[in-house]
Write a protein of this length. Structure first.
Length: 164
């Protein structure tokens, strides 16, 4: 079976990213296809791992109350595995990306207060294998494609290279 994403799959994924709880009948109306087509497409996307789960997106009020920061970590090669294990244990770590350039990892942190962030940053700097940290606090979010995906006619998904 060919699992390549077509335009209908991409549009469906865009709608699901905006509201994963949208009833199949509503999705079908928006996509101008039968409800059974939507149900079958979602099942295939889940089965092939393109859709790996569903979650909760926090509301703006809670998001704005949080203190968030991007922390760039420079690590030594031999300590990278231990650094990742230490980051995985931290509930304040939302995401970690391996990046190119002068830093090795970009860590998105979330906590309740600036004082808590200061403590977390001190602790991250003490992890064996961390050579240097560079932190920027998030002041505001200017673009959030996750919350506007349903308003977009052009879903933000790659059009090639997705063969399973």
């Amino acid at each position: 079976m060919d699992s390549r994403l077509d335009d209908l799959d991409r549009h469906l994924l865009s709608l699901l990213q905006a509201n994963a709880r949208e009833p199949a009948a509503n999705l079908a109306r928006k996509l101008k296809v039968a409800r059974t087509t939507v149900v079958a497409r979602i099942a295939r996307l889940e089965r092939t791992g393109i859709v790996s789960g569903y979650g909760v997106r926090l509301g703006r009020q809670l998001e704005q109350a949080a203190v968030r920061a991007f922390c760039g970590l420079s690590v030594n090669a031999k300590g990278a595995s231990a650094v990742m294990k230490a980051l995985e244990r931290r509930p304040e770590v939302e995401e970690v990306w391996a990046v190119s350039g002068q830093i090795d990892y970009m860590v998105l942190l979330r906590c309740d207060t600036p004082e808590k962030l200061d403590m977390i940053l001190d602790q991250l700097g003490q992890i064996d294998g961390v050579n240097h940290t560079q932190t920027s606090m998030v002041l505001s979010r200017k673009i959030d494609r996750r919350s506007t995906a349903s308003n977009s006619d052009q879903p933000f998904l790659p059009k090639n290279g997705l063969n399973f």
